[in-house]
Design a protein around this ligand. Structure first.
Ligand SMILES: N[C@@H](CCC(=O)N[C@@H](CS)C(=O)NCC(=O)O)C(=O)O
Length: 239
């Protein structure tokens, strides 16, 4: 029943794609991306732009000078966070929503419209935003709070869950890269960069190697961004 519904959906999807022609596309030729170096979710979007080959207009927001609180920025993102996107008046915040928007606008296989595939991708996006990244934040608190053993165990357990998810297909949500992998790459690569022991997670290590190779210009985007985050984190930790 599940399989035949999946096949039927695939046929309907193919027909609708043929009738619809190429994707509706961005409203603007070069959508604006507001970002800050050192912000993990900003780094996620910078990597996604490369993977999806989107030529965006990058606009830097100086968080140290509270530019995110300016009225013109609050109109774009009332949550006053980076990243945000402004596609010719269509403004969207939340990094993972931006990933989904970009992938949908470019008809990218990284976020296919099939509900069965999308359901699994959404599952992993929410796993990252609801469990994995908050566990990371408990251990690496940007405000400088020292983690307890319980915090460290929580992060290890959450990584163990991701290790288990990877046993399904080798990637976060399917056998090939999706936006869920880009989201989780941001969390896990920073965890690795900060020296958290990942040696027990064989599948995560294999996945990390694949992901670093799959993101064009990875080395020039993510490590410098993580280094900038670490500089702020180190400066705020008790000496
Ligand atoms: N859930 C948001 C989190 C964004 C976020 O917290 N951004 C931080 C920088 S990493 C920020 O802009 N902070 C400034 C503020 O809250 O005023 C996302 O993924 O886009």
């Amino acid at each position: 029943m599940y399989r035949s519904a999946q096949k039927l959906w695939a046929v309907i999807f193919l027909i609708s794609q043929t009738l619809a022609g190429p994707g509706c596309g961005f409203r603007s030729e070069h959508p604006d991306i507001y970002y800050t170096p050192g912000s993990p979710p900003s780094g996620m979007i910078l990597m996604a732009l490369k993977v999806m080959n989107v030529d965006a207009n990058l606009k830097r927001v100086d968080l140290a000078n509270q530019e995110q609180l300016r009225p013109e920025y609050l109109k774009i993102n009332p949550q006053h966070t980076v990243p945000a996107m402004d596609d010719n008046g269509f403004a969207i915040g939340e990094s993972r929503a931006i990933l989904a928007y970009m992938a949908s606008m470019t008809h990218s296989p990284l976020y296919p419209p099939c509900p069965f595939k999308k359901g699994k991708i959404d599952e992993m996006l929410f796993f990252d935003v609801g469990r994995l990244y908050p566990s990371f934040q408990r251990v690496y608190d940007i405000r400088g709070k020292s983690p307890s053993d319980q915090d460290k165990k929580l992060l290890s357990d959450s990584l163990g869950m991701f290790e288990e998810f990877l046993s399904r297909n080798g990637m976060a949500a399917s056998e090939s890269m999706t936006i869920a992998d880009l989201s989780i790459l941001t969390t896990v690569s920073l965890t690795e960069f900060l020296g958290f022991n990942l040696s027990n997670y064989t599948r995560i290590n294999e996945w990390l190697t694949k992901m670093k190779a799959a993101v064009p210009d990875y080395e020039s985007i993510n490590p410098p961004n993580m280094q900038a985050w670490k500089a702020v984190y180190d400066a705020r930790r008790p000496k």
